[in-house]
Design a binder for this molecule. Structure first.
Ligand code: ACO
Length: 352
């Protein structure tokens, strides 16, 4: 049977390092508070007005393409996962195609909006396309430029300190080698808490949010409207919000659940995992999950300390770094898992 394998991997982190201490210039926060609650020491911010989510993704994609030993012209499908796109529409997939200089119009470009689980969702989609024989070289990119969408007032500090910019990319190809490649992927969703980790503005609700006038849509009987109301601007409602404790509680339950699901499907146990790359949500979440699954430190990849939470980019960045450092070797059983906004969660097991 045809499986899909990761044939090339790359990442890109902007040069500008923003330490916790640097954030105290803008926010009433402290290095101690951020480290204690999240494990984060610093994050990267891209260059405002010169870089975008797509350009970050492009840098990572170039490395992944080169390492896969192919040319950009060989790419037959693009999947781009982000929650911080360059434009409201069109999505970053076509922008990446243009940025890479791919003029072939036979290829498809898909944007997915699954936030922290975007990379796992993308991996699963790519895997299905490769298994069916439809595509042979899929470029999957996870990239975020959070720094342009955060609230740098004290009100936003709980969210702002967590996120950073960056990008990761992989090229997926078919493999006939028995037992190699993506062994299984598992995707889940529960929209019950959609607004608990969200950026709900701007949107087609036009400020008239879940039956309330909380966000100031002027008159529901008047046809048409605007995505952004003056009240949203006045009230600073154009930034992400998060119910931190609910996210923490749900994440530490769902990570182990979806990993065990993948292990059960393939007949492995947690002891068989050679390397575990969790979505870098929060070091405390990853440590709790690791403890619940009894995975030893040397098998867990954590780099949130350096990059913060880069949402859809966090898994490919961490996986790339682990691979570059020789921590991911041929034949290893690699476990990826993520939880995030939606809520959505997912896992993947890969025989490298
Ligand atoms: N600096 C200093 N103080 C802050 C900050 C900050 N950046 N942010 C909030 N505070 C204050 C609050 O105002 C509050 O003050 P008060 O007691 O005077 O009212 C106090 O700190 C405690 O606030 P809480 O929100 O209750 O803090 P909590 O202990 O829950 O920690 C945190 C917040 C870190 C977000 C925690 O809930 C958490 O780890 N949640 C998991 C969510 C997460 O990590 N999400 C990652 C992104 S989503 C994803 O990738 C899945």
């Amino acid at each position: 049977m045809t499986n899909s394998k990761i044939a090339g991997i790359g990442s890109y982190l902007p040069d500008r390092i923003v330490k916790n201490q640097d954030l105290t210039k803008y926010l009433d926060t402290s290095d101690e508070w951020i480290r204690e609650r999240t494990g984060i020491e610093e994050r990267r911010y891209a260059t405002k007005h010169l870089q975008t989510t797509t350009t970050l993704g492009t840098e990572a994609a170039k490395i992944a393409i080169e390492r896969a030993g192919i040319q950009k012209e060989d790419i037959d499908f693009i999947i781009f996962a982000t929650l911080s796109p360059d434009y409201y529409f069109p999505g970053c997939g076509v922008l990446l195609q243009r940025e890479l200089g791919i003029t072939n119009t036979e290829i498809g470009a898909l944007d997915i909006r699954n936030q922290c689980t975007g990379f796992i969702y993308g991996l699963s989609i790519a895997d299905q396309f490769i298994k069916t024989g439809m595509y042979k070289n899929i470029l999957l990119v996870g990239a975020e430029m959070h720094s342009m969408g955060l609230d740098f007032s004290d009100e936003g500090r709980g969210v702002t300190v967590i996120f950073g910019d960056g990008a990761g990319a992989v090229v997926l190809q078919p493999t006939q080698k028995e037992g190699q490649g993506i062994l299984t992927t598992h995707l889940h969703a529960d929209g019950t808490h959609a607004e608990e980790l969200a950026m709900i503005n701007p949107g087609s609700h036009g400020g008239y949010h879940v039956g309330t006038e909380k966000y100031g849509y002027p008159d529901p009987s008047v046809p048409g409207g605007v995505f952004v109301t003056q009240k949203m601007l006045d009230d600073g409602l154009l930034a992400p919000n998060m119910s931190g404790q609910l996210v923490f509680k749900t994440a530490v339950a769902k990570f182990p659940e979806v990993i065990r699901e993948a292990l059960a499907k393939t007949g492995y146990t947690t002891a068989d995992i050679d390397i575990f790359v969790p979505h870098q949500a929060n070091l405390r979440i990853s440590q709790m999950v690791q403890k619940l699954l009894r995975i030893p430190d040397e098998k867990v990849v954590n780099n949130i300390q350096k990059y913060g939470n880069t949402t859809a980019a966090s898994i490919p960045i961490a996986l790339c770094e682990a691979w570059e450092n020789g921590r991911v070797k041929d034949g290893d059983l690699v476990c990826l898992a993520a939880f995030g906004s939606g809520f959505t969660w997912g896992s993947a097991l890969i025989r490298w």
